[in-house]
Design a protein around this ligand. Structure first.
Ligand code: MG
Length: 286
């Protein structure tokens, strides 16, 4: 459990609750808002930071009996950085890019913690990628390195699940990165206030069936969170609910000898210290 982490869940009564892990319990925040939450007011709350949220009406939830939802109801732009750890670029025979290899994912590719991660009918080359995800809480354009982090609500775990054969069918990676149900996000959204600046210095790992496959430190990202926000906001307005995935460390399946791809029944976990553990089981596309 992430100390003071925020999460969207569906409780046994079928209702969606914005909630928070506080004092060793998962607590519903729904009664704390008189108008009800939308993503904007939810992310405003997250931006304040766990310590600043004082609960008066919060009700405890049984965290063993909830269905986890994506940390935001309507993710906006999902922008990913490729090749953002030097050792990962090298394991694929790529040079570290001078300008980030940005690409987009659509929201239909996303699934929450606990949902099946889908191996599609047309490919058995489903690979894992542990990533730090930045969740934007405030609009920003033309940000500078000194004010860029002001737009960040918080951070969560991401698995940039990839069909390696489809990734290489064209010069753009879009198709291999956008199969339905292959990008896992969550479960905890931890306020930027409760983490080091730019979420630097955190241990990031992936574990396949309990075995560590990737293990690195977010300080080894080539492009920092601040720099990514500056570069992106030169181009586009960042908006609440946008998500930026910061690239994956070395150790991915396709670069192993022999290669490792995820199979039906496998369990994949993405762990980031101070943020949480994102767990999904692989299922075949029905
Ligand atoms: Mg990636």
């Amino acid at each position: 459990m992430a100390t003071n982490g925020f999460a969207r869940i569906k409780a046994v009564d079928g209702k969606v609750h914005r909630s928070m892990w506080k004092d060793g319990m998962l607590k519903s925040l729904e009664a704390e808002s008189t108008e009800g939450f939308d993503d904007r007011s939810w992310l405003d709350l997250v931006m304040r930071g766990g310590e600043e949220v004082h609960l008066t009406h919060a009700e405890p939830l049984d965290h063993h009996r909830v269905e986890w939802l994506l940390p935001v109801a309507r993710p906006g732009k999902i922008i990913c950085l490729g090749l953002n750890y030097a050792a990962h670029a090298a394991e694929g025979g790529n040079a570290a890019p001078e300008y980030p290899a940005f690409f987009f994912r659509g929201a239909t590719s996303l699934i929450p913690h606990g949902a099946p991660l889908i191996r599609p009918r047309v490919s058995d080359k489903l690979d894992f990628e542990a990533e730090l995800a930045v969740v934007i809480g405030r609009a920003g354009r033309h940000l500078t390195e000194s004010n860029a982090l002001d737009v960040v609500a918080g951070y969560t775990c991401f698995n940039d699940g990839t069909l390696r054969d489809y990734q290489r069918k064209a010069s753009q990676w879009t198709i291999g990165k956008n199969f339905d149900g292959t990008g896992a996000l969550g479960p905890w959204l931890v306020s930027a206030r409760d983490l080091p600046a730019g979420a630097a210095g955190l241990r990031i790992e992936s574990l396949l069936n309990g075995k560590v496959m990737q293990s690195d430190d977010t300080s080894n990202m080539i492009v920092t969170v601040q720099q990514a926000l500056v570069l992106l906001s030169e181009v586009m307005t960042l908006e609440p609910g946008d998500i930026i995935a910061m690239g994956t460390p070395s150790g991915v399946g396709y670069a192993r000898k022999p290669p490792v791809f995820m199979q039906e029944g496998d369990q994949i976990e993405i762990s980031i210290s101070g943020i949480g553990v994102l767990t999904n089981q692989i299922a075949r596309e029905p």
